[in-house]
Design a protein around this ligand. Structure first.
Ligand SMILES: Cc1ncc(COP(=O)(O)O)c(C=O)c1O
Length: 411
């Protein structure tokens, strides 16, 4: 069932990562005179061999590989070929074993995070419409839901594109075909002819998931050229496991790219956004002027740490696909537990049935309770909702006191 994803032992993980580091240049042992980089400063970061020999991730940090560029196509900096191979495995595993792509049919890289990966997608599609359809930036629109992450607004601002947000239902957080139609009509009335749709695979505040069929239906009805990117920054390492029947994946020919953040549900260090895109598209974001970089640069970021790719690889291999299923199963159970308690208490909340985010109406949560339990509001100035995110550390024991405080407020 999984082509690439097989659980590995601690020893196998160590031997693979240390083997990869051996294939990279070693700033101490090799005569490398031309790169503006070195191992981490040994006055501050221990290079003590005994301490590092059992610590593949910290060793990678100390070696400090630079994964500049994209390593799934063309050439890459040969200095860091060993750890780039691990990054290619991460990209291929996520695209094929998590998102049902065909082997070898996707490009991608480990971005700084969800913000960068979303901007990267919109940048590629803006350039694609300009190059292939002679579109003027004023004719290209970003379309997303009113619950979109603010990175789409950043992208609109940076790339000089207009953004149109489709209103969502207050209680289901769903987008109706009628709301999509009205939004597209509003955009067309302002001269937009090419559409970059960003669909959510779990929104930041609600964990809601967009259905892309109404987008596709309405855009086809208008015969408007479009590209669909899925923002799975939050949900990419959750939703495909919680809902195996879902259609937000590369098997759906309308979807061209994904963002998945390992630094959210995969508990990886920050700097582990994953950008995935069908082959043939990333060329639209190539910067040819990056001539000193072997293989040029298709990414937004430039220099980036290879240790981030190694961290994702280690986390996926240590858990294995069944370990991941179990992790999501437990989080689903705990989320259900808290939802059942809220129903008993008559508290109004939103939860997508396949999500670990529970978003409670603010009238049921006093500001001091929100503060005490670290609940995050939709808007710090005027909160309408507060969310609980059932992460690994959010156990039933930790949820119970919150339920008791809500009960006390009601009584
Ligand atoms: C749905 C979604 N997209 C994008 C992002 C942005 O991710 P980052 O903070 O890693 O840039 C977030 C962050 O919470 C998110 O929830």
């Amino acid at each position: 069932m999984h082509k690439y994803w097989h659980k590995k032992s601690e020893e196998e993980i160590k031997s693979r990562v240390f083997g990869a580091l051996k294939q990279n240049i070693n700033f101490r042992e090799n005569n490398i005179l031309g790169v503006p980089a070195s191992h981490l400063d040994d006055k501050v970061f221990s290079q003590d061999a005994t301490f590092l020999k059992d610590a593949p991730f910290i060793s990678t940090l100390v070696h400090n590989p630079n994964h500049i560029g994209c390593h799934t196509l063309g050439k890459s900096e040969h200095f860091f070929a060993g750890t780039q191979a691990l990054e290619r495995e991460v990209i291929e595993l996520c695209a094929v074993d998590i998102l049902r792509g065909e082997p070898g049919e996707q490009d991608g890289y480990v971005a700084s995070g969800g913000t960068e990966a979303n901007i990267q997608a919109i940048w590629v599609y803006r350039n694609y419409f300009q190059a292939e359809h002679r579109a003027h930036p004023g004719e290209i629109a970003i379309i997303c839901s009113a619950d979109n992450h603010y990175s789409m607004n950043k992208a609109a601002n940076l790339l000089s594109l207009d953004i149109f947000q489709v209103p969502v239902d207050e209680w289901t957080r769903e987008l109706s075909a009628a709301a999509i139609r009205e939004t597209l009509e509003r955009a067309r009335a302002q001269g937009k002819r090419f559409f970059i749709v960003v669909a959510n695979m779990m929104t930041t505040m609600f964990g809601s998931v967009d259905c892309i069929e109404p987008y596709v239906g309405e855009l086809q009805r208008l015969e408007a050229p479009f590209k669909i990117h899925v923002d799975g920054a939050y949900g990419g390492f959750y939703f495909p496991f919680a809902e195996s029947e879902n259609t937000l994946n590369f098997a759906n020919s309308h979807i061209s790219s994904f963002t998945l953040d390992a630094h959210k549900m995969a508990q990886a260090p920050y700097g582990t956004g994953v950008f995935l895109i069908r082959k043939g598209l990333i060329k639209y974001s190539n910067t040819k002027q990056a001539s000193y970089v072997e293989g040029e640069d298709y990414t937004l970021i430039g220099s980036r740490s290879g240790a981030n790719a190694v961290a994702i690889w280690m986390i996926l291999m240590k858990n294995g696909p069944f370990g991941w299923d179990e992790k999501i199963f437990v989080l689903q159970k705990r989320t259900q537990w808290v939802c059942d308690r809220l129903v008993e208490l008559g508290v109004q909340f939103y939860r997508h049935p396949k999500s670990n985010i529970v978003t409670i109406r603010s009238e049921f949560i006093s500001p001091d309770v929100a503060d005490e339990f670290g609940l995050v509001p939709d808007n710090h100035a005027i909160p309408h909702w507060y969310k609980i995110v059932v992460m690994d550390h959010v156990t039933v024991e930790k949820l119970m006191p919150l339920v008791e405080r809500i009960r006390a407020k009601k009584d």
